[in-house]
Every structure is written in structure tokens, then in C-alpha cells.
Ligand binder design. Structure first.
Ligand code: F42
Length: 331
């Protein structure tokens, strides 16, 4: 798999603004744009449709959608629409979704692993254009058929962190979107993806291992860090202790961030240490980012997804990625 660069945008801005940013990313050599899917933000597929109509080269898709807030046939139709409007540039990022959100919505998180596996199967079958029925552990379909985009081939990427989900991604998908910004995050992940892939008789060299990172780039390290710290504070506060054990971050330091939130957001940000920034973000000047990205590629990553917050000024960061970072890796 050739290495490539992708970019993530939260659908927390109007579609018009997001389309401008994706267009600018396309002009700056990014190959993939992933739009997050959370029901309380702009609808990911409506945004993707607008983006598809306003770009011409970049591959676009949800990163990631889930099979609980939309049914599998609805997902098949949504991604087929994105594929149609973009002239075949759709990519289908799917994951089990966010349990906390579902609890709030009264949706039960029933068998997420089976749900993702079966949804991918159903979406692929529906995209053939044939009438299908399906009798799975969690998904049952008596008779369904898509009336357009028959035979569309849309690459599937699974958002995966847990060992079983990673193996499943290797087994059934074309790629995986793994949340992680440090080579240590990919030691076990790559092994599991490879196991899943090879267990299914697929060639792991064709599999796209995408690092979904928290990324911040600016002319100087200080500027980049200032923007990365609030996001890092949230990541630290929301991660289980096992994550800090893995990275060797003292729990006393973590508790200072957690306690900081009880006082004020500013106090939490102030408690973020350089080690936390190193483990939970790619952050710095272009040269510093290049060094950190290089270590991810060496750890087996094949797609580097520059995610939120990007930097103090999004357009400027996209330009730095396009003019200084990508040319270092992609000739
Ligand atoms: N979630 C969103 O809602 N929106 C987004 O935009 C989004 C983006 C995103 C990008 C990259 C990424 O990696 C994740 C992203 N997520 C997003 C989060 C994603 O949806 C998941 O919440 C997250 O990836 C965590 O998933 P996980 O891989 O840890 O899987 C969970 C389900 C898990 O616990 N997995 C276990 C494992 O080992 O992989 C397995 C659990 C298991 O075995 N369950 C069984 C089953 O059948 O499912 C039994 C359960 C039962 O009910 O009996």
C-alpha cells in the first residue's frame, strides 16, 4: 500500500465552509477527507453530498458512521448517493459508534462487533443492485434492493480500537481508521490487523492502516502546542488508566488534568504535560511534524489522517501540510 495523507473534519461548521476546506485540502495534495458522524452535528451525508459536488479529485466519506442511528439499507443508500454525486469518490468509514451518545438517545448498543460485520456485508450486497434478504445475528432483512449505483465498488474502512474490532477490520475491510498519534499505539494494532487480514487469505500489503491523529501544525512549536493542548486535555480526561500505563505517564499527572476540569478548562489545559502532548498528538513546526509522522509510517501506518484541531488557523495548516509535509513523503 502506497502511503498517503488524509484529513478529518468535524461536521461542526456549515456544509459550505467544510466544502471550502475540503476543496483547499484537495488542492494541497490530500487524498482522503473524512467527515465525522455525530447526530448533534451537521448531518454527515448531507455535508458529504455538498462536498462531493464542490470537489473533483479527493476521496470523501464518513469517518465514521455507525449502524445504530441509521439502518444498514439507509447507510447503503446514503453512501451510494455520495458516490453518485462525487463521480465514484466515496469511501465508507464505519464503526460501532459512540456508546455515551447512544445511552443518551436510549439506543441499546447490542453486539457492536456483529452489528459492524453484518452491516458491511449488507451494504456491499445492496451495492451490487441485486435484491437481497439477510438473516444475521442482529440484522434481518426480508427483501431489499437499491435502484441506483448498481455495482458501485466503495472501499470500506472500519474505525477500530478494540482487539476484536481490529481483527474484524483486517478480515473484512479495505482499511482501518485507528485513533492514535504515537507509534506505540500501532504496535499491537498492526499485528491484529495483519492477523485478521491474513486469516481471511488477504494480502496485508493491500490493506490501508490509517492513523486518525490529533494534529496541530504551525510555523512554531509554541503556536502549534497552544492549539493542541485543549484537545489533549479532553483526550487525557476521557481515557482509561490502561492507556497511561501503556505510555508510562504518571497517574498523578493525569489526575491533575482530571481535577483541573473540576476547577476550570484553563486549569485542565495548564496541567497538560509535554509527555501527554507527545503521546496524544502530532504537534509542532513542519519539521517536527515530519519527524513524528515518519515514526508512524515506520510503525506500519500507511495513511496519515491529520485530525482535529489541525492548528491555530485551519487554512494555514492545510497549506503547511500540502507545501511542507506531504512533499517530504510523497514524491
Ligand atoms: N464514533 C462516532 O460515533 N462518530 C465518529 O465520527 C467517530 C469517528 C471515529 C474515527 C476513528 C475511530 O477509530 C473511531 C471513531 N469513532 C467515532 C468511535 C467508534 O465508533 C467506536 O466507538 C470506537 O472505535 C470504539 O470501538 P472499539 O473498536 O473499541 O469496539 C468496541 C465495540 C469494543 O468494545 N470492542 C471489543 C473489541 O475487542 O474490539 C469487542 C466487544 C465485543 O466483543 N462485543 C461482542 C459483540 O458481539 O459485539 C459482544 C457484546 C454483547 O453485547 O454480547
Amino acid at each position: 500500500m502506497e502511503i498517503s495523507f488524509g484529513i478529518e473534519f468535524l461536521a461542526n461548521e456549515p456544509a459550505e465552509k467544510l466544502a471550502e476546506l475540503v476543496k483547499f485540502s484537495e488542492e494541497n495534495g490530500l487524498k482522503y477527507a473524512w467527515i465525522t458522524d455525530h447526530y448533534n452535528n451537521r448531518d454527515a451525508y448531507a455535508v458529504l453530498t455538498h462536498i462531493g459536488a464542490n470537489t473533483s479529485k479527493i476521496n470523501i466519506g464518513p469517518g465514521v458512521t455507525n449502524p445504530y442511528t441509521r439502518t444498514p439499507p439507509q447507510l447503503a443508500s446514503a453512501i451510494a448517493t455520495v458516490n453518485e454525486v462525487s463521480g465514484g469518490r466515496a469511501i465508507f468509514g464505519i464503526g460501532p459508534g459512540d456508546k455515551v451518545t447512544f445511552d443518551g438517545l436510549g439506543i441499546e448498543w447490542v453486539k457492536p462487533l456483529s452489528m459492524v460485520r453484518e452491516t458491511v456485508e449488507i451494504v456491499r450486497k445492496l451495492l451490487t443492485g441485486k435484491k437481497i434478504s439477510y438473516d444475521g445475528k442482529v440484522c434481518k432483512i426480508k427483501s431489499a434492493k437499491l435502484d441506483y449505483q448498481k455495482g458501485a465498488e466503495i472501499p470500506v474502512y472500519i474505525g477500530a480500537q478494540g482487539p476484536k474490532m481490529l481483527k474484524l477490520a483486517g478480515e473484512i475491510a479495505e482499511g482501518a481508521l485507528v485513533n492514535g498519534s504515537h507509534p506505540r499505539d500501532f504496535e499491537t494494532a498492526v499485528k491484529l490487523l495483519k492477523e485478521g487480514c491474513e486469516g481471511a487469505g488477504k494480502n496485508f500489503n493491500d490493506f490501508d492502516v490509517a492513523a486518525y491523529t490529533s494534529f496541530s501544525i504551525a510555523d512554531t512549536k509554541e503556536e502549534a502546542e497552544k492549539t493542541a493542548k485543549p484537545v489533549t486535555a479532553f483526550i487525557v480526561a476521557g481515557s482509561p488508566d490502561t492507556v497511561f500505563e501503556k505510555h508510562g505517564i504518571p497517574i498523578e499527572d493525569v489526575n491533575k488534568v482530571r481535577d483541573g476540569f473540576k476547577e476550570s478548562f484553563g486549569a485542565a489545559i495548564k496541567a497538560v504535560t509535554p509527555e501527554m502532548l507527545d503521546c496524544f498528538s502530532i504537534c509542532g513546526s513542519p519539521d517536527e511534524c515530519i519527524e513524528q509522522i515518519d515514526s508512524l509510517f515506520k510503525a506500519g501506518v500507511t495513511q496519515m489522517i491529520t485530525g482535529s484541531p489541525l492548528g491555530p488557523e485551519k487554512s494555514k495548516s492545510i497549506e503547511l501540510i500540502g507545501k511542507e509535509v506531504i512533499p517530504h513523503f510523497v514524491k
